[in-house]
Design a protein around this ligand. Structure first.
Ligand SMILES: Nc1nc2c(c(=O)[nH]1)N[C@H]1C(S)=C(S)[C@@H](COP(=O)(O)OP(=O)(O)OC[C@H]3O[C@@H](n4cnc5c(=O)[nH]c(N)nc54)[C@H](O)[C@@H]3O)O[C@H]1N2
Ligand SMILES: Nc1nc2c(c(=O)[nH]1)N[C@H]1C(S)=C(S)[C@@H](COP(=O)(O)OP(=O)(O)OC[C@H]3O[C@@H](n4cnc5c(=O)[nH]c(N)nc54)[C@H](O)[C@@H]3O)O[C@H]1N2
Ligand code: SF4
Ligand SMILES: [Mo]
Length: 716
């Protein structure tokens, strides 16, 4: 395929004056496909194309987003200079002026409203070096406890579940190379075919090798089509479904008794609870017929090996972390973890969704997956940062809770790097109103995103083509993203911006870095001895070895492909099973007379997150230029909605207008809307602010809504 494309690219070879190649990695999902940008100069014009490069994870494959990523990076709308809002308009200013404004406003806010009145909102789309530095910047340069990041909306449920059950959280417990050889796979709330397309051959090979695949999703997707059995669960009922599977496995004696005895705590309580449940009640609760629950449990239980993968369908729930823990219970009772071809995978989302949750951007975290409330951890990091432990702030609050604190006036300034929270946070109307109350908002972005539009100052950041650094992919494999393309205008790397601001605030001595590698050298040492130990990883090694799976505690350590082979990461070495109640602690919104349908949200192949980047790409935007609502034709008829017509969707929080798309394969009681569009198509205007009490994940996947056709409304 790549060869064919190259041939096409080179048809007018005689006219080509020069060709350059730039090594990089895709800026989008957690596969972190390695790629190259080809640049040809033809007379006075430059022509670009992106091709895949071989590597152990994506093996040279690219999906359409990767192939077209250069279209946004090279787009004319890139911000090239610092922009200051004056009388409602953005005007170009110099970096010196921008830093002066930041110093003046940050100092004033902290003097007037207290040190914690400044907040930092980070991202899992920045490199490990930048994520590490942002955490250090908040604690050392700003001295604020308020820092959190967009990964809170993404990986927090899976991360908290794995930490609680296994004692540590790395997305995949096994490397992808084992997937083709496993015998049974559960794909729960994950649409890998559209969200990590280059992963698919691992699963297709498994199927060819005879694996039985079970998918759990309220609608049919390109992923569920691959499955042998599709459990069309009612949105939000995965925890109860897992109880059903556990009940059949335990009562059918499909358990691994020796494994449970030697390697786990809490089995007795789980057994007691699930055996007290009625399978028919679970079928009723989950909408999955009991014979299908029995079949899925029997297939998973009887095979010698098996893997369970979860993603945001299970996790973005107000009981997301408990639901994941219940799927982990299934792995433990069947002994399918810590073994060859058996294990768990939380399919990571963003490019650095793994690494960015390990090095201190989270409200309660320090580098190396250390905890900010742990005295030993505080001492270790304070020493490396050259400050007294007492100067290190304590833990702050989660992303959405920071926005609540802005609304309450406790936080009055924000430094936002690489995220678009008014589109991505739940209860979007409220979020916009709250952010408008800030005295000073700085947004660091490549574009004037919907959130950057509200900022007082926008700082221009470099793209994946320009910014070197390490990213940790969904396997837990640390990779080095090379970058040699030069940045446009006065654009700077995120890490340079952080260092420059620290310097302007008089904290330059703690931020003397001249390259990403220098930051990585400090990160290595900071992570040493922590759960996510990167000490043995160096840029040299990454260049030679093409990626290393953490933990990697010493230079001569090969990295860790499979976790938990002899023990789990809790002090007693055992996994902690937990009883997960069918009825969650935080009640979920249920359809009622006024709001009769479930709304669930998610992604489509051609767009990425809030769409700021992919909506700029002509090729990607052409595939889907507007949002839509997937609805069952029978449900649509009930509400007088024809196919391909504009509809208004309303919840208790707000309303949006999108186009209808009939689909006979979605549940009758559920509609689906992707979240890649903003303003009147921003589906987060509908989603509730309720959070999972354990990990503070919003419930993006369940809201109660009503739908009306626009035409019928206006004809009244
Ligand atoms: N094309 C594309 N790829 C992406 C992204 C993107 O925006 N676009 N984003 C990246 C990021 S950051 C992330 S986090 C990942 C997300 O990857 P996924 O989690 O796979 O993506 P989603 O579409 O959010 O949700 C997955 C599936 O969950 C289903 N679902 C909805 N509600 C429920 C439920 O209650 N239970 C169950 N079992 N399933 C449910 C949806 O129908 C959907 O098919 O993708 C990454 N890759
Ligand atoms: N309803 C609903 N809402 C959801 C979800 C859902 O499934 N349903 N999923 C949630 C999930 S999983 C996620 S991950 C979040 C993501 O939510 P966001 O973080 O808000 O999404 P992005 O669109 O990635 O925003 C990134 C911004 O940073 C800019 N940017 C890109 N690269 C760089 C860079 O290198 N440096 C800088 N400084 N800026 C850069 C982009 O232009 C863009 O404006 O959304 C969440 N929201
Ligand atoms: S979006 Fe994901 S699968 Fe597609 S090319 Fe980029 S990293 Fe690879
Ligand atoms: Mo995500």
């Amino acid at each position: 395929m790549t060869e064919l494309l190259l041939k096409y690219f080179r048809t007018k070879q005689q006219e080509v004056q020069s060709e350059k190649r730039y090594d990089t990695q895709c800026p989008f999902c957690s596969m972190q496909c390695k790629m190259q940008l080809l640049e040809q100069t033809i007379v006075t014009r430059k022509k670009y194309m992106t091709i895949g490069k071989d590597n152990p994870t994506s093996e040279g494959r690219l999906c359409i987003k990767g192939m077209n990523a250069h279209q946004h990076a090279l787009h004319k709308d890139r911000i090239k200079y610092p922009l200051l809002k004056k009388n409602g308009e953005f005007v170009r200013i110099s970096w010196e002026e921008a830093l002066g404004h930041i110093k003046e406003n940050f100092t004033k806010i902290q003097a007037e409203d207290g040190v914690n009145a400044l907040s930092v909102y980070g991202s899992a789309s920045i490199s490990n070096e930048e994520a590490y530095l942002l955490g250090k910047f908040a604690r050392v340069a700003l001295k604020t406890k308020y820092i959190d990041y967009n990964g809170r909306l993404c990986m927090s449920a899976a991360a908290s579940a794995a930490s609680q059950t296994f004692g540590m959280d790395r997305g995949l417990t096994n490397s992808l190379s084992e997937v083709p050889f496993t015998k049974c796979i559960i794909l729960a709330g994950t649409n890998i075919a559209e969200c990590q397309p280059t992963i698919m051959p691992y699963f297709e090979q498994a199927k060819q090798n005879g694996a039985y695949i079970i998918a759990v999703d309220p609608r049919e997707t390109a992923t569920t089509k691959m499955a042998d059995l599709h459990l069309k669960v009612k949105p939000g009922m995965d925890a109860a479904l897992a109880n059903g599977l556990l009940k059949v496995i335990i009562e059918g004696d499909l358990i691994d008794e020796a494994f449970i005895r030697e390697r786990a705590n809490g089995y007795k309580e789980v057994k007691e609870y699930v055996t007290s449940l009625e399978l028919e009640e679970i079928a009723e609760l989950t909408g999955v017929p009991s014979d299908q629950i029995q079949k899925a449990a029997a297939m998973f239980g009887k095979e010698e090996s098996g893997m369970i993968f979860t993603a945001r369908g299970v996790e973005q729930q107000t009981d997301g972390s408990a639901a994941v823990r219940n799927f982990l219970n299934i792995l433990i009772v069947t002994g399918k973890i810590g073994k060859v071809n058996s294990g768990y995978g939380a399919i990571t989302g963003q490019g650095n969704g793994q690494g960015a949750r390990e090095h201190g951007q989270k409200a309660d975290q320090l580098p190396g997956y250390r905890m900010i409330e742990n005295e030993e951890h505080r001492l270790h990091i304070a020493k490396i940062w050259g400050i007294d432990e007492t100067e290190l702030p304590r833990k702050g609050v989660s992303a959405y809770e920071m926005i609540e604190k802005i609304n309450e006036g406790e936080i009055t300034g924000m430094f936002l790097m690489c995220s678009n929270p008014i589109v991505s946070n739940p209860n979007a109307n409220f979020v916009k109103k709250a952010l408008k109350k800030l005295k000073f908002l700085v947004a660091v972005d490549m574009f004037v995103s919907e959130t950057a539009r509200l900022a007082d100052l926008i700082l221009p950041a470099s793209s994946y083509l320009e910014d070197e650094g390490t990213m940790t992919n969904l396997e837990g494999r640390v990779t080095l993203r090379e970058a040699s393309f030069s940045s446009p205008g006065e654009v700077k790397h995120d890490w340079q911006i952080i260092c420059d601001i620290a310097k302007a605030l008089g904290k330059g001595e703690h931020f003397p870095f001249q390259s990403a590698n220098e930051i990585f050298e400090e990160l290595r040492v900071a992570s040493r001895g922590g759960t996510a130990d990167y000490y043995g990883i160096t840029y040299d090694r990454l260049r030679k070895e093409g990626g290393i799976l953490w933990p990697c505690p010493s230079i001569d350590h090969k990295g860790t492909k499979r976790l938990f082979e002899s023990s789990f990461a809790h002090p007693d070495g055992k996994a902690a099973m937990v009883v997960v109640n069918n009825v969650p602690h935080v009640p979920k919104e249920k359809p009622c007379t006024e709001f009769p349908l479930y709304l669930t949200t998610g992604r489509i192949m051609s767009h990425y997150l809030t769409g700021v980047q992919t909506r700029k790409s002509a090729s990607l935007a052409a595939r889907n230029f507007e949002s839509y609502m997937e609805i069952h034709p029978e449900t649509a008829k009930k509400y007088h909605i024809s196919d391909n017509t504009l509809v208004k969707i309303e919840s208790r929080r707000g309303s949006i207008v999108v186009r209808s798309k009939w689909s006979a394969t979605i549940r009758h009681d559920t509609i689906f809307v992707p979240f890649h569009w903003a303003d009147s198509q921003n589906v987060n205007r509908l989603v509730s602010q309720d959070l999972d009490p354990t990990c503070k994940m919003p419930g993006f996947k369940v809201s109660a809504v009503k739908v009306h056709p626009i035409l019928e409304l206006t004809s009244h």
